[in-house]
Design a protein around this ligand. Sequence first.
Ligand code: GLC
Length: 735
Amino acid sequence: MSPIIFLKKYSAGRKTFLVALFSAIFLSPSVSIKLLSQGTKIDLTLSDSKIDIIISGMSLEEKIAMLHGNGMFSSAGISRLGIPEMKYTDGPFGIREELEKNSWNSLRLTTDSATFFPTGSALAATWSPDLAYLLGNALGEEAKIRGKDVLLGPAVNITRVPTGGRTFEYLSEDPFLNARLTVGYIKGVQDRGVGACVKHFALNNQETNRGRVNVIVDERTMREIYLPPFEAAVKEANVFAVMAAYNKIAGSWCSEDGDLLNRILKKEWGFNGLVVSDWGGTHSTVKAAIGGLDVEMGTSGSAFFGQALIDSVKAGHVPIEVINEKVRRILRVRFAVEPVSETKTGAVVSTPEHGKIAYQVASHSIVLLKNASHILPVDLNKVRSIAVIGENATRKFASGGFGAGVKTRYEVTPLEGLQRKIGNKISIKFAQGYKSSFIQNHQSGGRRLPNNAVDSVLLKEAVQLAKNSDITIIFAGTNREFESESSDRPDLKLPYGQDNLISAVTAVNPKTIVVLVAAAPLDLNNAENSSPALLISWFNGSEGGNALADVILGNVNPSGKLPFTFPASLSDSPAFSLGTFPGDNNAYYKEESLVGYRWFDTKNIKPLFPFGFGLSYTGFSYSGIKTDKLKYRSNETIQVTLELKNTGKMNGDEVVQLYVHRLNSQVEWPEKELKGFTRVSLNPGESKKVTISLPVSQLRYWDAKIHDWRLESGKIQVMIGSSSSDIRLVKNIEI
Ligand code: GLC
């Protein structure tokens, strides 16, 4: 059958791509083909023998053409065989709009609006792998409808510095929490027949000098803190693609580091998908080819993996088997992801069902940080007027700044959310309070700094409104211009003079709630001192305003828990207190494994709000911790049970957290480490037996002397808490 007939047959969309492809190539009846029904979850260990037959029939030029971009977000297939190109798309919380083939310019279509899902730190604040799955699954469906093969997400780097520009996009400061959410998200995406691409591998923990910073980190820390989310992505979620990071590790570019890509990722972890560079993150031809990079993306005209690679193969610098292995990996993904025929991509992308999922994630992510005198939830029978103050009450967060913004079908702002729920029952008046703007700063390569000058006219108007309202809600925080890829924030301060606004408003109206619409740690000392109630509502997607209004009005009981520590002062946090951030060309991870709460707990430094912290409108009591045994062997699993009771008057969720503290260890450990968690829903007065399983293998440490995991026998204390600093029950056991 000629490729033309094949293309007609394949593009009919009825035949699965694979059946049509193989019949196009092997006419011999002897080659039997398992019919792959639509939607079969195909893994990457697809019959390599068939793929190798294809490879044996390909020219060198055809092979090399697959190894680099043939457009900004696509790489070539094999047109002679009717194998379509691979289409990649950003981003981790919304499918980016269609761009011109070879540029970053939008095509300005009207058919590609997508759902804006809560961003990384919001998802992390839900502490729910199930919600991560739902979000990934909906994203995967939108990617599929848009004809995309690989979604460039999740972005799972550990938030090592609280000022990190991409904290909004990443997840948390803990490898266990990141790994659990990463697995859920990737399974969700790939169950839709779209490949996920976990990024950025590895140690891409800052934006300052991200394109050249060289990370110096000890082996144990790298294995126990920074690699686990990627290891889980490969070993548990069977991720189809991995994106090599921009930075260097120990002097070697991630995109050509054989140790990272070949030895650890492909050999030790058994990854059999493809490694793609970050966009423009390829730095050589031979070194990158030998080092394990499979696809060069984002470099216009394929600077390294185009003609230069053909020449290198012909000159004998790169063995043809190395090229064949790259093509094999790409074809595995290509066959595992059935391409969408052109007809399908006109369908509606963002659906009401996806809006519901965005709402579910958002409403489980909001964190109640303070609720003195129970000013929250607002009782509409007791107030006649509400002052809504702050630009973030009306601002949208789907796009902006650098990186993967979302042209979203809709986004409900906090003010709209309140107006919808309250209607004209009581008066809601708005005052902008502050204005976000930037001053051009040339110190560090044109990084923009916020203009923190107070706008006295806006301030006066806001104070006036607050004085004449029963209660005030200030919407402060940051935005997508300020928290952004390609630059870290200068500090944790609330920008644009918001602290002055908060002080001035709370001085005239003590019944003032402060809502932070932000996606990373902030300096909330002043807000905490001034206001009786504090909420964090993240960059929370198309439904963010509805979810927030439901929490403020008590329709939803807040259940989010902080995915990272809020330091009382930036200098308390490890990288700043050790003076290693941002580093010049080298970033020394001197704090080793003491990242986030590991540092604060081990050094006994009190944070403003600890990792895992989040209040509720109800209360929970913990009792009766038990373990199924007192002594455990290396291949066993510790079953921890306890009784959790809702002691209040409102149903609610509690995220029960399990930490481990080493008692008589010869090895150095952080004070405690998260090793389990579960979200429990309870009605008022209801109690439930909660079980958390902890495989003993999770307690091993990386012994750099033997370059392998080792289990240390001895006593450990299992700690059950409502946050890393609120331990309610402990139980000692022995390994
Ligand atoms: C960017 C980001 C990466 C993104 C890629 C394509 O620089 O680092 O996360 O997927 O380029 O936009």
